[in-house]
Unconditional design. Structure first.
Length: 43
């Protein structure tokens, strides 16, 4: 999660990881889990 947040911060050329970067990283993880769940349901 921190690696994703760091990447988001790097893209925005931020010196440090902010709460917003962490929230965005968490949202990507939630979307990833949802897609995995949906794939299992459709399989």
């Amino acid at each position: 999660m921190l690696k994703v947040a760091r990447t988001i911060a790097d893209i925005e050329q931020a010196d440090s990881i902010s709460r917003q970067h962490l929230q965005e990283a968490v949202s990507y993880r939630a979307i990833d889990r949802l897609l995995i769940h949906l794939q299992k349901l459709l399989a």
